[in-house]
Ligand binder design. Structure first.
Ligand code: ZN
Length: 464
């Protein structure tokens, strides 16, 4: 081991290495992990941080966030969004393309990449929008990590996002999958059966029953038939095209089984679950209404999802951080089709997940798989991200598994200033976030220079 002075030495923590938790010191030099060593060996360091009693995990990687930048920055921008990420222990985020204007051309992609980079405080990657097929190769060459496709667009409100990013055409969907494949990239797809959704919606509009629960019933379809028919289509396409397909918003046991089996048989499919499906239930939907939808799954179903995370069948847990103001969601109590859906997640989701670890519902190992290793692999950044290894980026989160308290809106970094988890008790929390060797969050205080976050390019990137 080198006797060279390191920039930062972390001592006292229980460190999550690939061999499990070990009592170790972690030395950081030039933004990378220089060594993981026994606690007795303490080389010279410019700065030493004491982490006794804390667990040091790889920084969390969130492959599904909506930072609203450009175009809807009254809700969030890349500074406030990445600050919320740092607050929750996330050191890498992947932002969705439903901006205004929608990210559908090479020029818009390049402009967004260069502009949001001046505000980011943690590292980031960006999805390209789908449907404008001739522009997809150019966006991938500008560094898009993959292509995001929505299979749903409610004709009444253009839920969920921008109607330009939607395709209801299976031929276009298939061509998008193959285009991304030909550039070494993957497609992330929001699965929905639009025909079932529209059909079921019309029944409820006619009956005048248009609250959040009615919306959910239409959106999922009976016994989640909307999910299952669209996911089986995606699996068939992925298999036929041999195209990497990452299926978003998975929330049922049959969906998990279908995708897992296809993956075991060699089809290049993977799945994402959002913590809100597991952490916000029927009781939250009753209290929060449109601020918690489109979720509110029954308790038994939520428990099953957690079990599948624990047993390692779920590839990625991504927050789908989707901030909206309280004011724009309020009309959803009466007409849930009239509002955009989603809620802010980055500030609080990790505290609730760590609470589930303390309850024994999840393990730290299972959480590191779905929040660190697998998402880093998905975006081709493993083991530079997602692992505590010598040579990896020093992206780390120190968690205090003994910390208890109640989550609240006042501490939120997201621009909209609220979280659906506020008021919930937590047991376990991120207390320090380190991005490439810089402490960007300590005890809830975020201190980092805007623009320090680096862009993580996709596989077809051609620097100009
Ligand atoms: Zn989303």
């Amino acid at each position: 081991m080198s006797k060279e002075t390191v920039d930062l030495l972390l001592v006292g923590a229980s460190v999550f290495t690939e061999g499990g938790l070990v009592d170790a010191s972690v030395g950081i030099k030039d933004g990378r992990i220089a060594f993981i060593s026994s606690r007795d060996w303490t080389p010279p360091a410019a700065k030493t941080v004491e982490l006794t009693g804390k667990v040091l995990l790889p920084g969390f990687v969130d492959t599904h966030v909506h930072f609203r930048d450009p175009g809807l920055t009254y809700k969030e921008d890349f500074l406030t969004g990445t600050r919320a990420a740092a607050a929750g222990g996330f050191t890498c985020v992947v932002d969705m393309p439903n901006n205004k204007p929608a990210l559908l051309t090479r020029e818009r992609f390049r402009n967004k990449r260069d502009d949001v980079g001046t505000r980011a405080i943690v590292d980031f990657a960006l999805y390209a929008g789908a449907t404008n097929l001739p522009e997809i190769p150019g966006m991938l060459e500008e560094g898009a990590i993959g292509v995001k496709i929505f299979m749903v667009s409610d004709p009444k409100s253009h839920y969920p996002h921008d109607p330009e990013l939607f395709t209801g055409d299976d031929g276009v969907l298939y061509d998008t999958l193959t285009l991304a494949r030909d550039h070494g990239a993957y497609c992330a797809v929001h699965p929905t059966n639009q025909q079932i959704f529209t059909h079921e919606s019309r029944k409820r509009w006619a009956a005048g029953t248009t609250g959040p629960k009615d919306f959910m019933a239409a959106y999922f379809g009976e016994n989640f038939v909307g999910d299952h028919t669209s996911i089986s289509t995606l699996i068939a396409m992925s298999e036929a095209a041999k195209a990497r397909t990452h299926i978003l918003h998975v929330r049922t046991e049959p969906s998990i089984k279908m995708i897992h089996q296809a993956s075991e048989e060699g089809t290049p499919v993977s799945m994402e679950i959002n913590p809100k499906y597991m952490l916000l239930g029927e009781e939250d939907m009753a209290a929060l209404g449109p601020m918690s939808t489109p979720y509110g799954l029954p308790a038994a179903q939520r428990s099953r999802l957690l079990e599948y995370v624990k047993k390692g069948w779920v590839d990625v847990l991504a927050t789908d951080h989707a901030p909206h103001t309280r004011e724009e969601l309020a009309p959803g109590w009466q007409d849930a089709w009239s509002i955009p859906f989603g809620n802010p997640q980055l500030d609080h989701a990790s505290a609730i997940l760590l609470t589930r670890v303390n309850e024994g519902v999840l393990t730290l190992e299972s959480l590191v798989k779905v929040l660190c290793e697998n998402p880093a692999r998905l975006i081709g950044a493993f083991p530079r991200k997602g692992a505590i290894r010598a040579g990896s980026d020093a992206d780390l989160v120190a968690v205090d598994m003994n910390r208890k308290g109640v989550l609240n809106d006042a501490e939120c970094q997201t621009k909209v200033g609220w979280s659906p988890y506020s008021g919930k008790a937590f047991h376990g929390r991120a207390v320090m976030t380190i991005s490439r060797g810089d402490i960007v969050m300590q005890e809830g205080q975020v201190t980092a220079t805007p623009g320090r976050g680096r862009f993580i390019p996709g596989p077809a990137y051609k620097p100009t």
